[in-house]
Design a protein around this ligand. Sequence first.
Ligand SMILES: [Zn+2]
Length: 272
Amino acid sequence: MPGTILFGIDVESPDENAAGFIRHGVPLFEDLGVPVTWYVTGATLAAHPDAFREVEAHPLIDLQAHTYDHVIMKAIWMKIPEGKTIHGATDYFFQDCVTPAELDADLERCQRTFQDILGRPARGLTGPWGYYRGLGDRPDLLDLVYRHGFRFLRTFARNETDGQPVPLEWQPFTYAAQGKPDVTELMVHDYQDDFYWEAFNDPVPGVTYADHMMRMVDRVAAEDLVWSTCSHDHGAATKEGFDRKGTWYRAFIEYAREQGVRFLTGSAFHRG
Ligand SMILES: [Zn+2]
């Protein structure tokens, strides 16, 4: 069996990076012919309404949410691997989160923005920064996102050290145990992007992130796994900046298609 890839990209920069990602990303994915999901912050959607309305009409691109203001839903307390400096820390790194009331107000604004600009609410939500165990240990937050209409999530995006990688052994699941069988957790596996792979690994001469991604494809295909993978619009304002990511997007996507791996949007995977 060939396996499944859910490629989701956080389009989260209200500045020219999101505009550049649209300008350079749409033709790339059109050329590759694979479906992808873009998780867009409400602030980014509001900054480029006409451009996103055009993306919305695109059959290969599924637009979903990444909160309004990139608010962190669950605190992150990362144990930094020996000898590494990550987010400026060498032992522990802490990133606080918003209160449930603040999250409630943010998601209200996010859904209103989706409704105003795209004429529909979002059904998928990526939690900024990502968290160990997703919302599995926070039924209060699960209720909250459910009330705002979200039915598929990418909130499980860190391992037990609050770092990376997230092993493929954790496959997507539903929150049935928490009383929400109709909510799917897609996960974000492995590394959230090239920058985290670099931060958590020692460089090996001649080995690129594209090589790493192709080895992931091998395993996904051999074991028929679902791989939810992620990237960001960072640095995409210029073609040169976009191509730093676009080059490895093309490499692993073309390789995966040769292996017979299928690509699905978050919405299509959730629908089953
Ligand atoms: Zn983000």
